[in-house]
Design a protein around this ligand. Structure first.
Ligand SMILES: Cc1ncc(C[n+]2csc(CCOP(=O)(O)OP(=O)(O)O)c2C)c(N)n1
Ligand code: SF4
Ligand SMILES: [Mg+2]
Length: 302
C-alpha cells in the first residue's frame, strides 16, 4: 500500500451520530465509522436488513448523517446499481455509492445481485462487514460462519468451511478487492480511500472482519483484543487484490516478513464461547492449515 497514514490524517468529521442502537463493543460500528470518514459527505449508502438497520434506528430518526436507503435483504447490489444509474442520469458522477451489507446479505441471499453488479462493472463500493452469522435475527449460521462455530442453527459447531467471498469477488475481474479488520481502523480507512480515489468508475469490494460480542461470546471490552487475535493468529489476513495482483498488508505482511511473531490459533478460539465445542484435535488441524498457508506466503513475499 502507498504511504501509511497516521491518526492525525483521519478527518475529525463524524457521519455516525451519538446514540446508535448497536450493542456495546460492536465491531461493525467501529468499521462503519471509519469507512464513512474515508468516503466523506458526497456519499449515498444503501443497506439491507441487518444489524446496520438496527444501528441506524427507526424512522423518522437515523443515526447516520448521510443519505441512506434501506433495501430488501437480497437486493443490495441491485439497489446500489439503481442509485448509480439515477446519479449518472443526473450528471452526479462524483457521488460515491456505498453498498454496506452483512455476511448473510452478501455471501448468501445477496450474492446474485452483487455478482451482477460486479459483472457489469457498476461504479459502486460494496462493503461486507462480516460478523460471521445472521446476528440481527439472533445468530443463525451464514455461508461465512467459520468451521466449528456455535450458532443457533449449528448447536454443535458448524460442520462446513466458510466461503471465501473476497476471492469470489476477485474472480469477477474487478480492479480492487481488499480485506480489512474493524480493529485496525487506519488500515480500513486507507482501503476505503483507495477504493474511492484510485478505482472510481468500476466495482470495488472490501470485506471487513467485524467481531460481535453477543454472537461470538466475549465481553464488549475485549473487542480490540479479539479483533487483533484474528489477524495475529493468521485466521483473518489483511490483503489487497489490485487488478488481479495479490499483496499482503499491515500486520499480516509483518508476520510474513518476521517482524511480528504469529500467535497460536488456540488463543483466538479459546477466547470465544462460540468455539466451546471445537475439539483440541480440530484446533491442531486448523493450526496446520494456517502454518501451511503462511509457508506459501513466505515463499511468495518474504
Ligand atoms: C428475504 C428475507 N429473509 C429473511 C429476512 C430476515 N432477516 C433480516 S436481517 C437477517 C440477518 C442478516 O444477517 P447479516 O446479513 O449477516 O447481517 P447482520 O444481522 O449479521 O448484521 C435476516 C435473516 C429478511 N429481512 N428478508
Ligand atoms: S449483534 Fe453484534 S453486530 Fe449486531 S449490533 Fe450487536 S455487536 Fe454489533
Ligand atoms: Mg452477519
Amino acid at each position: 500500500m502507498s504511504k501509511i497514514l497516521k491518526p492525525k490524517d483521519i478527518p475529525e468529521e463524524e457521519f455516525i451520530l451519538s446514540g446508535t442502537r448497536a450493542c456495546s463493543g460492536c465491531g461493525l460500528s467501529l468499521a462503519y465509522r471509519f469507512a464513512l470518514k474515508a468516503l466523506g459527505k458526497n456519499t449515498i449508502i444503501t443497506v439491507p436488513a441487518s444489524c446496520s438497520t438496527v444501528l441506524h434506528g427507526m424512522y423518522p430518526c437515523a443515526a447516520v448523517n448521510l443519505p441512506m436507503l434501506n433495501t430488501a435483504f437480497e437486493s443490495t447490489g441491485a439497489s446500489a446499481s439503481g442509485i448509480r444509474a439515477a446519479l449518472n442520469i443526473l450528471g452526479k458522477k462524483d457521488i460515491t455509492v456505498l453498498a454496506w451489507a452483512g455476511d448473510g446479505g452478501t455471501t448468501d441471499i445477496g450474492i446474485q445481485s452483487l455478482s451482477g453488479a460486479a459483472e457489469r462493472g457498476t461504479d459502486i463500493i460494496y462493503a461486507c462487514y462480516d460478523n460471521e452469522a445472521y446476528m440481527n435475527t439472533g445468530t443463525q449460521r451464514s455461508g461465512s460462519t467459520p468451521f466449528g462455530a456455535y450458532t443457533t442453527t449449528t448447536p454443535s459447531g458448524k460442520k462446513q468451511r466458510r466461503k471465501n467471498m473476497p476471492k469470489i469477488m476477485a474472480a469477477h475481474g474487478i480492479p480492487y478487492v481488499a480485506t480489512a479488520n474493524a480493529v485496525y481502523p487506519i488500515d480500513l480507512f486507507q482501503k476505503f480511500r483507495r477504493a474511492k480515489d484510485e478505482f472510481k468508475g468500476d466495482t470495488r469490494y472490501i470485506h471487513i472482519f467485524s467481531p460481535c460480542p453477543p454472537g461470538w461470546g466475549f465481553e464488549p471490552q475485549d473487542l480490540i483484543k479479539i479483533g487483533k487475535l484474528g489477524t495475529e493468529t493468521g485466521i483473518w489476513d489483511l490483503y489487497e487484490i489490485i487488478n488481479g495482483k495479490f499483496t499482503l498488508n499491515n500486520i499480516t505482511m509483518k508476520i510474513v516478513q518476521g517482524k511480528i511473531k504469529r500467535k497460536p490459533v488456540v488463543d483466538y478460539f479459546r477466547a470465544q464461547k462460540r468455539f466451546n465445542t471445537l475439539s483440541n484435535n480440530a484446533i491442531r488441524r486448523i493450526q496446520e492449515e494456517i502454518d501451511k498457508k503462511f509457508q506459501e506466503y513466505e515463499n511468495s513475499f518474504a
